[in-house]
Each structure stands twice: as structure tokens, then as C-alpha cells.
Write a protein that binds this ligand. Sequence first.
Ligand code: NAD
Ligand code: MG
Length: 395
Amino acid sequence: MSQTAEGQKVRWIALLGSTGSIGRNTLEVIAASEGRLKVLALTAHRNTRLLKAQIQQFRPHYVVVTDPEAAARQDWSDLPPQTQLKVGHDYLAEVASLPEVDIVVAAIVGRAGLEGTWAALEAGKTVALANKESLVVAGPLVTRLAAQRGGRLLPVDSEHSAVFQALQAGRRDEVRRVVLTASGGPFRTYPLDRLHQVTVQEALAHPTWNMGPKITIDSATLMNKALEIIEARWLFDLAAHQIGVVIHPQSVVHSMVEYIDGSVIAQMSPPDMRLPIQYALFWPDRQPSVARQFDWSEAYCLEFYPPDPERHEALELGLEVARQGGTAGAVLNGANEAAVAAFLAGKIPFTQIVPACRAVLEHHPFDPNPSLETLVRLDRWAREEVTRWACSKTA
Ligand code: NAD
Ligand code: MG
């Protein structure tokens, strides 16, 4: 591990998914770190133009482009001399486990992020985890691997970062439950009987967060919160009945821990992902941050509403999958990724995303104790089932 000119430890980062929303926010945190965080490796799927700009600014030693066709379309003749380019998904595991890496930021979207998270934990790395799908698909296997190899999972998801911070206020046997906050998304007050006609553009307009398209649609269906229930179940080793959800439109309280005496410890800050990213990268220390801060000369108003079972039907699926474990998470996640892609492609209406997931989940061959191979196979199966389901609805 190297040191800055001031004698402070440098942390070398492998950033998987550097061109995405979390990736770009992570690079802003790194740029503001005064040399304490340095980029060893960057990976991107298709946006090679932005990747090239990031390479010029951060001068990584390794770069991975996971989509070979996108890599082939780009001119790489002007790479800095110290930068090695690798092409293909298999290199994610290689850069995530490099001996020089201190922290792997898992910021790839969807099930495609699992291999990078897995390889990093297998190599005993600290993983700053944005890719919640790794835990949704393979929670028990991923957490067991981390424990066996001495790897560590630090949450980047704002709710889980909040819970992680609030858990420090008491002992584990004093925790009654965690309460995840949800903004409610763009359709919080939209008439239920008109939801079937919402457009992709309307669903992509999140009121409080600026994120990648998949998680933005997940936030509109509340499936994002369902995935976060499952993420919390594995990350904090909670039972499903210890996880609640409350609708909080301002996205200022990022989540809460309720203790047995009734005290509720919340973490709050203006909605800005650079804060939870920075908290994970410098943990256990806190640092001055580039993230937005409160201005207490302004008035703030915070609201909390119980979820509505009819409008927020995805939550029940999340709780059910958190209760079941086994193969249920991989199936829910695969089905959801396929259903979101179908909605974005104009093939199914918004209101069919959650029913498609439920239908596939209900008739999947449940296995309480699956291998990683089984999970990967069922992920593919769930996607195919959604395609079949969508065809049967439009036939
Ligand atoms: P995004 O779509 O903006 O970026 C995704 C990144 O993954 C890009 O760098 C892309 O190149 C890469 N990628 C996409 N498909 C890939 C594939 N098949 N193989 C390899 N790389 C691939 O997504 P995002 O909003 O930054 O979200 C990333 C992850 O972080 C998701 O799991 C999301 O749920 C989670 N997360 C995001 C936010 C947020 O504010 N954006 C907040 C909390 C959690
Ligand atoms: Mg979140």
C-alpha cells in the first residue's frame, strides 16, 4: 500500500462500471480525495467514449471493455503508456482480484455484476457494493464466500449505508427492526387506473435521484425497494419480519434502525450518492465531502407514509423472496431484468412488470440450497419465461 506526500495511506480502487451513474459519482469522490484514493482499474460495457475521457483523467493501469463489439469500434491508439486494455467479460474477475487492489467498487448494473463481486470476495477484497443484484441473486453464497475468504461487503446503496451507520448506535441484540425508506417514485400519487398507460419517458423521470435507467424503472415499480429488502436481509443477516418499508418522498432520511426501547436512529443527508460512496471508500473514517449538505437556514419538511399494498405490490414479492431464500432471489431478479427491458423496448406496459415477475416466481422449481451454477441457470430461465409470458399477453 503506497502513501500520499502527507504520509497518508493510498487506497487503490478497481471500479467496475465506471461509466454509469454510480461509476461517475465514484470518480468525483476519487478526484476530490487529494490523492488518498487512486484508480487502478476501470471497466465499462459500451460507452467507450466516456471511458476514454476517464482514462485520460485518471490514468488507470488496467481497463476492461466488457462488450467486444464496442471495443472494436473504438480507436485505442492514444492510450497512456501505463494503461493495459483488456476486452471481454472474463477480465472483470481478473481486475477485481489484482493483488494491488484495496477496494473493488461493484457498480455494474444487474446480474452482470455478480462475477466481479464474486471474484473480489474470493480474493478477500473489500467490496463497496452498489450492485445490489449480486446479493439478490446469490445472497447466501456471496455472504458465505465473504466470511470464508475474509472479504468485506460495505454498502453503497444509500438505504443500506444508512442502516450500516445507524447500526453503530447499539448492539445487534438490541435491534428490533430496520425501516427502509422509499421515495415512492414518479407515480406515488398517480391515478392507479391510468398507470397502464404511462410512457417510458414518464417512468424515467425520478423525482429525487438521477440514476441509470434500470434502477430508475425499478424505483417507479417499487421493485427497487423489493430488491433492497432482499439486499438488507443478506447484508445484515436479518429475518424478513425485521425489515419494514416506509414511503418518504423527500429522500432525506435514507433509512432507520429501530431499537428494542423504541428509539429510532436515522441517517439523513440531502440525496446525493457521493456521500454513501465516500463513506464506503474511507470507512471506518469520515472525511469532508463533496456531497450536498443541509442548509439549516432553509425550512425542511419530512413526510412518512405507510406503503399501500395495492400500489406498492412489489414490496410483498421482496418480503416473500427474503423469507424463502434459495433460488427465489435469482428468479425474481432475472424476471425483473427481462420485464424492465421489455417495458423499455415498448413490448409490455408498465403495469405488467410486477405481475410478470410474480407469475414466473410462483411456478419456478424452488431449491432451498442451490449452487451458483443453478442460480445462473435459473436467472436465464426466468428471463425466457418473462419473454414467453409477455408473448402470451400480447397474442
Ligand atoms: P448505470 O446503468 O448508470 O451504469 C451501469 C454500469 O454498468 C455502466 O458502467 C455500464 O458500462 C456497466 N454495464 C452495463 N451492462 C454491463 C454488462 N452486461 N457487463 C458489464 N458491465 C455492464 O447504472 P447505475 O445507476 O450506476 O447502477 C449501478 C448499480 O448500482 C445497480 O446495481 C444499481 O441498482 C445500484 N445503485 C445505483 C444507484 C444510483 O444512484 N444510480 C443507487 C443505489 C444503487
Ligand atoms: Mg437505494
